[in-house]
Design a protein around this ligand. Structure first.
Ligand SMILES: Cc1ncc(COP(=O)(O)O)c(C=O)c1O
Length: 447
């Protein structure tokens, strides 16, 4: 690892010795000392096509030669429009429109405002509360943070949080109702209806949930029929259902959008990260025809915008990402190599006393790290097990992602593996070998 960095940047991790990356190729990044890092996290599930895409550079160069910027309230381009149409063509049935923003947090804010304006237009004046799950993650802007089920993040900014109704997330490993799968009657979905009734249906605007939970819990697939149940509950009480697919969407699970695995269409959906593959900061807020038609008919315009909303500069390179994924059949590749990676992880780590669970879908995989498998006893937070495993892997040239605090709001360690969709089987083997070695190096010292 190379050392020394400028203090001019307010880095997120103060005092961390960041490697200085000079370039990348495929799934690898290379620092200025020549050390190679297998990017098993795609940063944060972003770089889905890997690094060093010279064909994309041509697309960016062509766009830059055409113009520098167009404001979304003044101009559009044919390329922006055809990209939106191509995106809607792969979106879940019933999704008809997309509004482009730059980040997942902006997408969350936009989704909530879209739901609010929709309900205001319908005369539902009192609907303003957004129900969310704990754990769950929807971003770091003020309202997105308010509906993010991560106590440790909210506590640091407690004075800025908008109090919102919280329900337990559908995390079977630590079932909030202490039920086994046989006894499960989807009490976690019933909790949504209870919350709506407790708050008053006239005050509840929306329910926001990740169809596959990501960073807040170290990946979690909801139990069968959970999404259908929450869909039905929202419909019954006139509550907008918002699926946050920022992390799990855009091919990450092996389908364009994770909700397709269950055939459930929300009213509003967000996606990001992989949409721009890291080449451009891009997220989208999607909605059904019904949502937009109500706004169009009663209000005229969507009263919301950002300088870089519906950014025409992003469209050509985002279209490149979409075409690349189709040309290389990356959805089926994600299922294939994701299955391979999952099998290797099980073969190597099942039976390890410190591996609580390995779970995932496609190339979004989480591994729960525990003090004791029996009872899923977490490590004390001061041990920083997840962070140390990531550091050990980094030393060995593999970039992983960690998640903490999901077990009880303070304790909980998980490692997230979310590599580029172009991952090869030998690269998957390297990830498993380095992860297992790093896990054992850390946990043996914590016993
Ligand atoms: C599910 C989910 N929603 C929202 C966000 C926020 O995205 P951003 O960091 O781009 O604002 C993230 C980021 O990790 C996420 O995983």
């Amino acid at each position: 690892m190379t050392t020394g960095y400028t203090r001019a940047i307010l880095h997120r991790r103060l005092g961390f010795d960041y490697p200085h990356i000079t370039h990348g190729e495929g799934c690898y990044l290379v620092d200025e000392g020549g050390k190679r890092y297998l990017d098993a996290a795609g940063g944060a599930a972003v770089a889905c096509l890997g690094h060093g895409l010279s064909d994309a550079a041509e697309v960016v160069a062509r766009t830059v030669r055409q113009f520098s910027y167009l404001h979304g309230s003044q101009f559009t381009t044919r390329e922006l429009e055809s990209y939106a149409e191509n995106l809607i063509a792969v979106a879940p049935a019933g999704i008809a429109h997309v509004f482009f923003v730059c980040s997942g947090s902006e997408a969350t804010e936009t989704a909530v405002k879209l739901a609010y304006q929709h309900h205001q237009c319908l005369g539902h004046a009192g609907k303003r509360k957004v129900v969310y799950t704990n754990p769950g993650y929807h971003g770091s802007t003020l309202f997105a943070m308010s509906v993010t089920g991560k106590r440790s993040s909210q506590q640091k900014f407690a004075g800025l949080v908008t109090p919102s109704p919280e329900i337990p997330a559908p995390v079977c490993l630590r079932c909030p109702f202490r039920l086994t799968p046989d006894a499960c009657r989807l009490e976690c979905a019933a909790a949504l209806e209870e919350a709506i009734l407790r708050e008053g249906p006239d005050t509840v605007l929306a329910f926001i949930v990740e169809p596959v939970l990501g960073a807040s819990v170290g990946v979690c697939i909801p139990p069968a029929r959970y999404l259908e149940r929450v869909r039905a509950i929202c419909r019954k009480h006139d509550v907008s259902l918002i699926f946050d697919e920022i992390m799990c969407g855009y091919g990450r699970t092996g389908k364009w959008f994770a909700s397709e695995w269950w055939g459930v269409t929300p009213d509003i959906m967000t996606a990001g990260k992989g949409m721009g593959a890291g080449l451009v900061p891009l997220s989208g807020v999607f909605c059904t025809a019904e949502v937009l038609e109500v706004i169009r008919g009663r209000s005229g315009d969507f009263a919301h915008g950002f300088t870089f909303a519906n950014n025409a500069m992003a469209a050509p390179v985002a279209q490149f990402v979409l075409d690349y994924m189709k040309r290389h059949a990356l959805l089926s590749r994600v299922q294939e190599v994701g299955g391979y990676l999952m099998d290797r992880l099980h073969e190597t780590l099942d039976g390890d006393e410190h591996v609580g669970e390995i779970r995932g879908l496609g190339l979004i995989i989480g591994c729960e790290v525990v003090r004791a498998r029996q009872g899923q006893v977490p490590f004390e937070r001061e041990r920083a097990a997840a962070e140390r495993i990531v550091q050990e892997a980094m030393k060995r040239g593999v970039n992983l992602y960690f998640s903490t605090a999901h077990a009880d709001g303070v304790r909980g360690d998980a490692i997230v593996i979310a590599p580029p969709y172009i991952l090869t089987e030998p690269e998957a083997d390297t990830i498993v070998a380095v992860f297992a070695e790093s896990l054992r190096a850390v946990t043996s010292g914590l016993e």
